[in-house]
Ligand binder design. Structure first.
Ligand SMILES: [Zn+2]
Length: 216
């Protein structure tokens, strides 16, 4: 699924832009004091976010988790690329490395199936939601309505949203395909066309990639 959010990210209201109360300092002075504190608050908010939410970065994507345990859960859910075999180490660093490898293998395969190879900057963000509850509340926050989508991509945020408890390699490849399609073409294709292409990617994920000469 790919959709537009119901609204844009709210812009930050600077403290200095509030109404000036009678008897308070002049507007100019408040603006001067307000802006640095607003920046400080934002910086602290982002710093707290970064601490609370573990992140990983692979060659093609950034991954952000709500719960550190979901790194192992997601790794187990993706049957693609190097699994490490039956005796694979459960050491967290080894698990993270395998997960990064799988994510990149999926992204690379989606690019090859689509024959759309171009570096994407910034990298797509894979937002790993913890469970059905977080999936539902996140969907509602973005679209201002309830929705059943198991995963989705939002072009405006360049972000794929997945539920750690309900995901597989096909779902991730499908959403990566949306990110790739929307950034490869200079004009984003119509929704229906993009959906056909993305569906093709997850359907043929495990097949050999057809080369130009195979198409008539
Ligand atoms: Zn889709």
């Amino acid at each position: 699924m790919s959709a537009n959010p119901a609204r844009r990210i709210p812009s930050v209201k600077r403290q200095g832009e509030k109404e000036n109360s009678p008897g308070g300092p002049p507007i100019g002075r408040r603006r001067w004091l307000g802006l640095p504190s607003a920046i400080l608050i934002l910086t602290l908010a982002f710093a707290a976010d970064a601490i609370a939410q573990p992140q990983l970065e692979s060659a093609y994507a950034r991954l952000m988790f709500s719960n550190p345990e979901d790194i192992a859960t997601l790794n187990k859910s993706i049957d693609f690329g190097e699994s490490g075999g039956w005796f694979a180490s459960s050491d967290p660093a080894a698990v993270e490395k395998r997960l990064r490898g799988k994510i990149d293998a999926l992204y690379d395969k989606a690019q090859r199936i689509l024959d759309m190879r171009k570096p994407m900057r910034p990298k797509v963000l894979l937002r790993v939601l913890h469970d059905e509850n977080e999936r539902a509340t996140t969907f509602f926050k973005i679209f201002k309505r309830n929705g059943q989508a198991r995963a989705w991509y939002v072009y405006e945020f360049n972000t794929v949203y997945i539920n750690a408890q309900d995901v597989n390699e096909g779902i991730i490849a499908h959403e990566f395909a949306h990110a790739i399609i929307d950034h490869y073409l200079s004009v984003r294709p119509p929704r229906a066309s993009a959906e056909i292409l993305a569906t093709y990617v997850d359907k043929y994920l495990f097949d050999d990639v057809r080369t130009r000469n195979d198409f008539q």
